[in-house]
Design a protein around this ligand. Structure first.
Ligand SMILES: NCc1[nH]cc(CCC(=O)O)c1CC(=O)O
Length: 337
């Protein structure tokens, strides 16, 4: 290897600090802080956080209107390419599926809880909440900015003849939870991983079963990116990589990339290891109103070697092709051919 000790090295205060670019949001700072500590532990190098403001942080427009989740990522990537920072940490689910020129995904650390979480009034679970408000003669008002979450909440309600209303919201975790505290909304849906990383898991009133609410591709996982030319840093950061997570998210993202060709419909995907060398992938495509939800799964033997990511991606593409054959393209409206 490269002669770096594997664990527990004290920071070498004489070495120039590595510059870790981060957004200013509490979640980004928490994620970057965790990775910074791990990099120092593995390499002995001090890490300094460099704040980068992205358009997604300053704009109040709905995310869909300003060009999707890539807005959170592009300012960090520009800083990397211009050499203003040495590496960056992204939420993997915010990372566009297209590989960026000049950058490498140096590490995908072990994934946090991938499930979505309900934060509801009075500590209620989804079923309880809907039932209670039905008794009061009105639908539960549930906030989320995500078409994927809307589609699955609405499909769940259709299936049990329940009444709920999805309300489009955006903002940081504080803002979103604030809608419930203020009584404006009865509940919001957020990623468990984000709440855990912010030390706010106590506010979760239900972890939503992936059968009800399949997460976004890559949810709960982080991406550590650096310049491809910085091969020594890339090799050092590879110490943070978790091969089973990397292969799982490769399957999820390949499914997304294949379906994405010309559409912006709600897509969910979750891959998990059935056992050491068998990956199971679930994919969901639907309409935001929940009237139609197409769900399929695939599994394949995958050995965790250098080819694992490619094999996992092939599993994702194959499942996407089956979803398309089953009508995903029609659900998604116009699809470029
Ligand atoms: N959409 C923004 C975003 N990107 C990553 C996370 C949470 C952390 C993760 O999924 O890894 C969140 C917040 C949320 O969806 O509640």
């Amino acid at each position: 290897m490269n002669g770096q000790p594997l664990t527990g090295q004290a920071p070498d205060t004489t070495a120039a600090p590595l510059r870790l670019g981060t957004r200013r949001s509490a979640l980004a700072m928490a994620q970057s802080g965790m990775v910074a500590r791990e990099v120092t532990r593995l390499t002995g190098r001090p890490v300094e956080l460099v704040e980068i403001t992205t358009y997604g942080d300053t704009s109040r427009e709905a995310l869909a209107q300003i060009g999707g989740t890539g807005v959170f990522v592009s300012a960090l990537r520009d800083a990397l390419l211009e050499g203003r920072i040495d590496f960056a940490v992204h939420s993997l689910k915010d990372l566009p599926t297209a590989a960026p020129e000049g950058l490498v995904l140096a590490a995908v650390p072990e994934r946090e809880d991938s499930r979505d979480a309900l934060v509801a009034r009075e500590g209620l679970a989804l079923g309880e909440l809907v039932e209670k408000l039905a008794g009061a003669g009105r639908p539960a008002r549930i906030g989320t900015g995500s078409p994927r979450r809307m589609a699955q909440l609405n499909a769940w309600a259709h299936a049990r003849g329940a009444q709920l209303e999805t309300v489009a919201i955006r903002g940081n975790v504080d803002t979103r939870i604030g809608f419930v505290a203020s009584g404006e909304l009865d509940a919001v849906v957020l990623a468990t991983a984000g709440l855990n990383r912010l030390g706010r898991s106590a506010e979760i009133t239900e972890h939503l079963d992936p059968e009800l609410m399949t997460p976004a591709p890559g949810q709960g996982a982080l991406a550590v990116e650096c310049a491809a030319a910085d091969t020594a840093l890339a090799a050092a950061l590879a110490g943070l990589d978790h091969a089973p997570t990397r292969a799982a998210v490769a399957a999820e993202r390949a499914l997304l990339a294949t379906l994405e060709a010309g559409c912006s419909a709600p897509v969910a995907a979750l891959a998990g290891w059935v056992h050491r060398s068998e990956l199971r992938l679930e994919g969901v495509v639907g309409t935001t109103d929940g009237a139609t939800l197409l769900k399929m799964s695939a599994h394949g033997p995958i050995v965790l070697d250098e080819a694992a990511e490619q094999q996992a991606a092939a599993l994702g593409r194959a499942l996407a092709a089956r979803l398309l054959d089953a009508g995903a393209a029609a659900l998604m409206g116009e699809r470029a051919r």
